[in-house]
Design a protein around this ligand. Sequence first.
Ligand SMILES: NC(=O)c1ccc[n+]([C@@H]2O[C@H](COP(=O)([O-])OP(=O)(O)OC[C@H]3O[C@@H](n4cnc5c(N)ncnc54)[C@H](OP(=O)(O)O)[C@@H]3O)[C@@H](O)[C@H]2O)c1
Length: 327
Amino acid sequence: MQAAVYRAFGGPEVVRIETVADPVPKPNEILIRVRATTVSAADWRLRSLQVPAGFGWIVRLVVGPFSPRRPILGTELSGTVAAIGPQVRRFAVGDEVFAYLGARLGAHAELCTISEDGAVLHKPPQLSFEESAAISFGGVTALRFLRDRGKLQPGEKVLIIGASGAVGSAAVQLAKHLGAVVTGVTSTPNVELVRSLGADRVIDYRREDWRQPGESYDLICDTVGVASIADATPLLTEQGRLLLVAAGLPEMLRGVWVSLTGKKKVLSGDATGTAQDLEDLKRIIEAGAYKPVIGQVLPLSRIAEAHALVDTGHKRGNVIVTVQRGA
Ligand SMILES: NC(=O)c1ccc[n+]([C@@H]2O[C@H](COP(=O)([O-])OP(=O)(O)OC[C@H]3O[C@@H](n4cnc5c(N)ncnc54)[C@H](OP(=O)(O)O)[C@@H]3O)[C@@H](O)[C@H]2O)c1
């Protein structure tokens, strides 16, 4: 099969299309013919090793001290089931699915395997393959942070920083679905997009600072890594929560101390997705309350360009890569 492979860490140019062996499903696995996938912020970080402060050596140990251990990136996908192992019961050949591979990676390829008990579900019929490919990375992260870590309640006031990114655009929609009053922070070209996602108020960070004294929020969710604890906690209500999606290690440790010594909580960490999270997102999609935002769509042959778009740090929603077997 054709796959996008990186054999060294570096810029978008290290990603090349190669022919590699087709994966073979184990007895409990399905083989998916990938129709679409995304280049996410995780792919950018793993490829470039540009990671939040304090995580450099940990990431290097995990992904490979000298060269990438898993040379095919890609955390999420949509596609059709091409073959099934003999123990598989939930899926049949031809089924349309979407899946979250997360840290296992491997979606930037024509074919990919996953356990039928993994984070894989039938594709929501109301979404295209391109949209379905982008459900999981942003959706799971936003859901895990807002609902599980932040315990967002109906009627609460939320500030979402980076409201047009993959995580932020999902967070705006999911926060509205959870009944919150949402303010989104974005730049001028994305103000209308964020409003269309349901934000009650939009702050254009090029014209206005969200750190205005006098404002108060029950929950602040920073998906960018621009909010320091010192900046954000004065804007929180007495029992407010600050969610740091892209925090470095020093800020995470400061957050633990602030949470232990006061009523305000600073919460961070990773957001691994499960099949249950995908079920929850699918239900929200079916209720018409979540639809992944698509910025650009490029074919697998142009995946290095897709990486370059993600590297800017200013992509709109998700960068989709379409995959056609034998193209
Ligand atoms: N903790 C976890 O488990 C977890 C999971 C997933 C992702 N992440 C991290 O979350 C971060 C966001 O991921 P993503 O996929 O959403 O990235 P993304 O799609 O590239 O979004 C980044 C967003 O940041 C905005 N932005 C850039 N500079 C800004 C500023 N100064 N103020 C406000 N907004 C600004 C951009 O909007 P404009 O173009 O309008 O500037 C863009 O929409 C990444 O660092 C990723 O590594 C963490």
